[in-house]
Design a protein. Structure first.
Length: 498
């Protein structure tokens, strides 16, 4: 089948009548799950000429894939330095290059002629919660020189010129990262896959698979399917077809809210047009629809209704941008991401003809596109680049205990990020005060006509004993205001736990 790029109509991209699989079917490839991962594989495989059937238990993009922000960056959920530590520089560099290819695939899919009104715009800013200028330089060098990724370092002043908050310090600007309407993209992808020849069946949960023979059998409540290859792209909800696989993922629900229109003032306070993410992965936001703020922050390891988090999104916005005042949240959404123990996605062949593509965590746009290409090309062309993911085996996520631990680790991460941020801001204020005091002292000396006095040689100056700072002295004393702020930053206080 030839690679055709025809545009997706509104009807195709939006809701259409759902087709359920009600008859037995044969296909080359059966994909389980119509999220970003399943549809990316279906699209790539259909473009390469395979007959593909996608079976979706509910409807296209009902979980994370249809409820996400649409920011597309290179890399993985696992930070680059940890990736290098884990597998070495050479392999990390190849994986990074694959992740960039994934981002470019998304860009090509989301081109105006394929997905009109998808709202593609360039530029993502990653900001630091702490004053880490020295670390920034080595990160920039590594990305630019070793990983061939265009990035710009922004000094604190430049970051604060576009984001009116003292919460953020330095920034890394990715001019080639971009964003699309995250909630529409998955429907555009489904339409492109259909155009390429893939068949998508919704309301069709897969209840069991038999992957032992050359032709594998897939069972749904009302029909059976036979295929040479099965791709498991069900994320945390896969369940019965291979329960052991679902158990290697720690489910993390993420939630986001959109404010009511905020008018011109939002542009005075947030002058950056693209997505902003903080380097600790706590907040992620951008302006949408002209003057509304879309903000992702809360997370849990248990399912909850996104509406419950309107208050905590609101408080997060107020604590970062107090000048915005009291904003109203008019919409909330969210979904479950699958987090692996090692932080890297699960991509590869479990046994002959049985493939897996899941565990994309919080960074699923570029990585699922990349997985689609790797798996489709391996099945149809015999490429073996997916083997770069072999060091990241399937590791049990710890069941309920793992979830509790995950929640605690998440809370600890957020709390320590908040504490580090508070400390960094305290140091910054202390430096300003020091400079002011020195300037006042110099001014007073000038006025009194005194300069530093020379002592006769051999006479040592007497130094007044300085009080020794206690180990904890650098930490800002907790004022009522801070106490309130820290209180708001603690996810448990945001009603995160069930
Ligand atoms: C609030 C939020 C914001 C995010 N923002 C971004 C962002 O800006 N950029 C980014 O890169 N990533 C982002 N992500 C992460 C991204 O959304 C996910 O990594 C990605 O959507 C995962 O896709 P998936 O296809 O693996 O899983 P899913 O979206 O969960 O899709 C899996 C599908 O499989 C189906 N399924 C499961 N089991 C079966 C079965 N047995 N039979 C049939 N069907 C089955 C499910 O019904 C589901 O539809 C965000 C996530 C959230 C929640």
């Amino acid at each position: 089948m030839s690679e055709t790029f025809t545009s997706v109509s509104q009807e195709e991209a939006g809701f259409r009548e759902r087709a359920r699989l009600s008859f037995d079917l044969d296909a080359d490839i059966c994909v389980i799950g119509a999220g970003l991962a399943g549809l990316s594989i279906a699209l790539e495989a259909a473009r390469l000429g395979a007959s593909v059937a996608v079976l979706e238990g509910r409807h296209i993009g009902w979980n994370a894939s249809g409820n996400q922000l649409g920011t597309v960056m290179p890399g993985f959920a696992l930070p680059l330095t940890e990736l290098i530590e884990r597998i070495g520089f050479e392999d990390a560099s190849e994986l990074w290059a694959l992740s960039k290819e994934g981002a470019e695939l998304v860009r090509a899919n989301a081109a105006e002629e394929n997905m009109p009104d998808i709202g593609l715009s360039d530029g993502v800013l990653e900001v630091s919660n702490v004053d880490a200028g020295d670390r920034l330089i080595s990160r920039l060098q590594m990305l630019n020189e070793d990983f061939d990724t265009e990035v710009e370092g922004w000094q604190v002043d430049r970051v604060r010129a576009v984001l009116k908050t003292d919460r953020y310090f330095h920034g890394v600007y990715y001019p080639k990262a971009f964003q699309v309407d995250g909630r529409k993209y998955v429907h555009g992808l489904a339409a492109l896959a259909r155009r390429a020849g893939a068949r998508i069946f919704e309301d069709t949960p897969v209840v069991s698979i038999d992957h032992s023979g050359i032709r594998k059998r897939i069972v749904t409540p009302s029909a059976r399917l036979r295929a040479s290859h099965i791709v498991l792209a069900g994320n945390i909800h896969l369940g019965a077809p291979l329960r052991r696989l679902s158990e290697t993922l720690l489910p993390v629900w993420r939630y986001a809210g959109i404010t009511t229109p905020l008018g011109e003032r939002v542009h005075e306070i947030i002058g950056f047009k693209g997505s902003v993410k903080d380097s600790d992965g706590v907040d992620h936001f951008r302006i949408v629809d002209g003057d509304r703020l879309m903000w992702e922050s809360p997370e849990t390891t248990w399912a909850a209704r996104p509406q419950r988090f309107a208050g905590s999104v609101k408080r997060r916005i107020r604590s970062i941008f107090p000048e915005l005042g009291n904003v109203e949240i008019s919409e909330t959404f969210g979904g479950a991401t699958g987090q692996t123990v090692h932080g890297m996605p699960q991509i590869g062949q479990l046994r002959k003809g049985l493939w897996v593509a899941s565990g994309f965590g919080r960074q699923g746009m570029n990585t699922s596109a990349m997985a689609g290409q790797l798996i489709a090309r391996s099945i149809l062309w015999g490429e073996e680049r997916w083997k770069l993911f072999s060091p990241f085996e399937l590791v049990w996520a710890g069941g309920t205990t793992g979830r509790v631990a995950g929640q605690l680790v998440g809370m600890w991460g957020r709390a320590s990020s908040a504490a580090a941020g508070t400390l960094a801001r305290y140091r910054e204020r202390a430096r300003v005060k020091d400079r002011e005091r020195e300037a006042r002292l110099a001014e007073a000396n000038r006025a009194a006509g005194t300069g530093p006095r020379r002592l006769p040689s051999g006479v040592r100056p007497r130094v007044a004993p300085q009080p020794q700072p206690a180990a904890t002295e650098e930490v800002e004393p907790v004022s009522q205001e801070n106490r309130q702020e820290n209180h708001q930053e603690n996810p448990q206080e945001q009603g995160v736990s069930q």
